[in-house]
Ligand binder design. Sequence first.
Ligand SMILES: [Zn+2]
Length: 120
Amino acid sequence: MISRGFGAGEDLAGARAACENGGANATGEKIMDERQFYDEKEETKQIPLVCPHCRQEGTFPVRWMVRTKKAQPPRGGNEEDRAKFAKARSYMVRIDNLVACRNIKCRKRFDLTGQTVFLI
Ligand SMILES: [Zn+2]
């Protein structure tokens, strides 16, 4: 790593953590992040797929980001934020776009097709 010994990586991580802890240092206009409406968690689902190269069937682990709408709107929001929250729906977004075939004679990567976002 190039940054090793300079502490650059640590500084970056520190700044990011401070940001996630709730922008107490925010001044002026604030924009409510849509992510505050949701609890996020990553989930891996086993999806049955057929390799387009060798036609072998298999189940592949595919990662999804699941955003579950919180029970209450975030505190400190204005009317617009509450309206947005009311309309918000839980959903999941696919993280992985590629899977690798498990057939040792093939081993090609192929694109996942279909929807990348599902309302849940
Ligand atoms: Zn294959």
